[in-house]
Design a protein around this ligand. Sequence first.
Ligand code: GDP
Ligand code: MG
Length: 440
Amino acid sequence: MVLEKLGDAMTGVVRKITAAALVDKKLVKEIVKDIQRALLGADVNVKLVMELSKRIEERALAEKPKTASPKEHTVRIVYSELVNLLGTQASFKAEKGRTLLVGLQGSGKTTSTVKLARFYKKMGLRPFIIAADTHRPAAYEQIVQLAEPLNISVYGDPKNKDPVSIIKQGLAQAGKADIIILDTAGRHKSERELFDEMQEISKVYKPDEKLLIIDSTIGQQAGAQAKAFQDAIDITGVILTKLDGSARGGGALSAVAETKAPIKFIGTGEKAGDFEIFDPNRFISRLIGMGDLATLMEKAKETMSEEKAKDVLKGEFTLHDLRDQVDALSKMGPLGNVMKMIPGMGAMNLPKGETEVTEQKMKKFKIIMDSMTKEEMQSPKIINSSRTKRIARGSGTIPEEVKELLKYYSMMKKALKRFKKGALKRGMPKDLAKMMGGLR
Ligand code: GDP
Ligand code: MG
């Protein structure tokens, strides 16, 4: 999960509020302190943290809500102030045309080029990539390697060292593409040279969208970087990459939001699918463990049919379904990630390891399931230890692996059942879901 530590701390804050007897000065001071500690830990700028905590404190003590309980209102204040920190509005609008990706070497431009192309393709548009990084050795090969398995067309010419002429050739080849994405170089002798090249490229390419790619692991410095590119080439948006595993992501997100450069997408991993539209509302609600149904449904839709997604989400879930959905489920990521998106489940502490179901493990699960009888697939309850041993023998695995599969299945089933019941009780106030609906 993106910003895991911050998310855990914020979930703790929400729990503290809901568990308290009443909202008083002592509670407010305590949660403000927790929030400060959490945000500073995620590298958010001290000044921003102080402003935010002052507002939370003042509002929580002064506002007298008419329609919500004081506790709900306090959660709502925390939530909305956190959203504010990241810019309130999702700013991506699907548009056809020409997109230019710029940014420093290693920021994730090439990866994001392919992610963006895949994203548009999933939307039903025809993407086309032009590879104009003439500085990085084997830049063209890198992008082809990433794009080819996704059936995305790329134009490049490893022998040509002039990006402007590559772009002209590329545009001529783009044919009926709906959206052209241009990947550029980030390595130059000086920043001046880099900006000069970008301006020159901009003149020829005439982009509709100029996206700056920033590596979020640089934390707060992302603000200064966004500002420098804003001044130099007037960017239209930012993609923040490597938010997975960056403890400083909070700093990068908030610092960029402060420059008013709209954050349009975030990169959350090395794979082409590890990419999402950035929406501060969704981001914060997921971060504080309130779940994000919309994202879950989207992911589910992307990886399985809508009909099936609904069934799965309804909790009518046997090993047959698991067998059908093995690929889709492994694409949805570790169970922990899926759970975080389900209201009320984010706060559940899952043992690490057990929820890390890799694609490789999923393959093994498939083989194991192929050694089960129809009856066992339909009612896995009946699988006792002698059946377990038989299945292990039949599939060339060991009983522990069969048990692991059953455990995974039952966790998945449990999660879906709770989801079905709208079980928000554990650590979540009953009306929170309703309230969240109202907030969006
Ligand atoms: P470029 O020099 O700006 O084109 O950067 P690349 O696209 O070549 O990426 C540099 C490195 O960062 C590669 O190893 C990528 O796999 C990695 N990378 C890019 N985006 C992400 C992301 O969102 N998460 C993670 N973990 N790695 C990323
Ligand atoms: Mg590159």
